[in-house]
Design a protein. Structure first.
Lengths: 458, 117
């Protein structure tokens, strides 16, 4: 086991982590950037430094943009450690990680968590079958390996990532059998009050409209207002079934890609016992941070989607703002110097976030796809259904942590990452209280699995 | 068991010049160097990565980013490896993970005892 001291440890080399680490290094701080992947980029810019030009072109300009950040990182003084699985961050800024089978611990003066987002669970009948994946997973296969489904695929759900993947598949010549959209006309009605702000973010909106237009002009079967989604199959996916305005539909396919938005990955901020709040617009828990991204744990900052979904461009700005916050904590900058540098950044952040309320309202995941029927698997690892969970509640289970002792819910290998939000919402609905009152799993280290042998350092 | 691969390289992708040899359940496979174990298995027609400990239901990668733990396999004798996060290596011996792993008897390598809270 090795121990050493640094100024700042940054966890995660996505948009926020790369930009934050570079900004910190430019402020003269000794920075270590730890990332689980083999190359920088996080999920949004996954494999950016390795992707051949033809693939970058197919994925589009927003992806290629990540290369600037990766290059800035490469030419900075940041010590970037790839393949580092961080399994513990303490309130005293001690960061422990596993790399090439060896344990390392860094004592930092401040920590920047840039662990980004994960896809929201999409619990429907059959979602555990091989052949069913998240759209983000399929996009990662495309970005990192140039792989796409070998037969016509069905995309189902809603949200920008789902349509972006469809657009990328069109450009790559990958056949799409159907786009099964859960968005309904009343979603547009709900989103309309944010339209004015969205119009001020015209470049974003235009990109989205162009994307939707190209999907429409490709004459892909496009269903809207789809309900009662279910994957059919015995041992592997065979078809997606759903209803549109009460009419039953069935599309045969071996590959169903699901998506209904992304949510903050809060494993570390939760394990630090930082304060979180239930975001009623994004329907997820987010850590409570100040305008520099600092948690209520002194010296621990969060930047990017891990502090609330804002997208890659906002994340890069948040990384820079967190760097300024840390610089003041470590007495590299005065308050006045920080205020001067931050002014333009805050303005840029506000402009990057302007489209959000519109997107959040328009693509708000449907309750039926978040709080599923009794027979649907909620905890994939321990195979606990929504019905069993409701049974626990009837017996007096009041929250996610008790659900563990009632039926191992959330105690499998993923440690509640995949079911956490669903469990909170199912219990809240069953008890007739708010998600905020029900709360979340109590997350404890190790955040990543680590063997006793590794811990013992043999 | 191999079926027609669910994923394949898109048309614009040049065929990888470098490949590595590995085995999945003793079956030899040639896969592109640099890819994750999960991606390599998916493009080789492996659809079932593991069976769940509870009902032995078949599972395969769901998130590809280290969140869902559905892609767990045994690599070179070490169980519970997240195949979406590990790069393929020459001569890797990969096995599907069947049901609950044996926690009780692994005296030779304490390595396979996992700490989970």
């Amino acid at each position: 086991m090795s121990h050493s001291s640094v100024d700042v440890v940054v966890v995660g080399a996505g948009a926020a982590g790369m930009s934050g680490a570079v900004a910190l290094a430019e402020l003269g701080l000794h920075v270590v950037l730890l990332d689980e992947q083999g190359s920088p980029g996080g999920q949004i810019y996954r494999g950016i430094t390795l992707a051949p030009l033809s693939r970058r072109d197919m994925l589009g300009p927003d992806y290629a943009h990540g290369n600037e950040l990766a290059q800035a990182l490469a030419s900075s003084s940041v010590r970037y450690e790839r393949g580092a699985a961080v399994w513990q961050v303490t309130r005293e800024h001690e960061v422990s990680y596993l790399r090439e089978g060896r344990l390392h611990t860094l004592q930092a003066k401040a920590v920047l968590l840039a662990t980004g987002a994960m896809e929201r669970p999409f619990p429907i009948p059959g979602w555990t079958l091989p052949g069913v994946m998240s759209a983000g997973a399929a996009q990662i296969l495309l970005k990192s390996s140039g792989l796409a489904p070998s037969e016509p695929v069905v995309l189902a759900g809603c949200g920008p990532l789902l349509y972006l993947l469809g657009w990328q598949y069109l450009r790559a010549g990958v056949p799409i059998k159907a786009l099964v959209d859960t968005t309904r006309p009343d979603d547009y009605w709900r989103a309309r009050r944010h339209l004015f702000a969205a119009l001020r973010a015209w470049p974003y909106l235009r990109k989205g409209l162009e994307l939707m237009r190209s999907l429409r002009s490709a004459r892909i079967a496009h269903f809207t207002g789809a309900e009662q989604l279910a994957v059919e199959g015995d041992g592997a996916a065979r078809a997606l079934t759903f209803t549109v305005a009460g009419k039953a539909e069935r599309i045969a396919t071996r590959c169903v890609l699901l998506h209904q938005g992304v949510v903050p990955n809060i494993q570390f901020s939760q394990s630090l016992r930082a304060r979180h709040h239930w975001d009623v617009d994004q329907l997820c828990f987010s850590p409570v941070v100040d305008s520099w991204g600092e948690l209520d744990v002194a010296g621990v900052f969060v930047a990017g989607d891990g502090a609330g979904i804002g997208g890659a461009q906002a994340a890069a700005v948040q990384g820079q703002l967190a760097a300024l916050g840390i610089a003041v904590r470590l007495e590299k900058l005065s308050d006045a110097q920080r205020a001067f540098r931050a002014e333009a950044l805050h303005a840029r952040l506000a402009s990057n976030l302007r489209i959000r309320p519109f997107l959040d309202a328009l693509y708000q995941p449907k309750e039926a796809n978040r709080i599923p029927a009794d027979d649907v698997m909620v905890c994939r690892c321990e195979e606990v259904t929504a019905g069993e969970l409701r049974g626990f509640v009837a017996l007096g289970c009041t929250g996610p942590n008790q659900a563990k002792s009632f039926g191992r819910c959330g105690m499998g290998p993923c440690q509640g990452r995949m079911c956490g939000l669903t469990v909170t919402e199912v219990i809240a609905k069953a008890r007739g209280v708010s998600a905020s009152e029900v709360g979340y799993y109590r997350i404890r280290p190790p955040i990543k699995p680590i063997t006793l042998g590794e811990l013992a350092g043999d | 068991m191999r079926t027609d691969p669910l994923f394949q390289p898109v048309m614009s992708e040049a065929r990888s010049t470098r490949t590595v040899s590995l085995t999945f359940n003793e079956q030899p496979l040639q896969v592109p160097a640099g890819s994750s174990v999960a991606a390599a298995l998916l493009m080789s027609g492996i659809q079932r990565f593991r069976a769940t400990p509870v009902s032995e239901a078949p599972r395969a990668p769901y998130c590809m980013m280290g969140v869902c733990f559905e892609c767990l396999v045994e690599i070179d004798g070490v169980p519970n490896r997240q195949s979406c996060l590990i790069e393929v290596g020459e001569g890797m011996r990969i096995r599907s993970q069947e049901g609950a792993r044996d926690l009780m008897f692994q005296p030779a390598t304490v390595q396979s005892v996992e700490v989970l809270s």
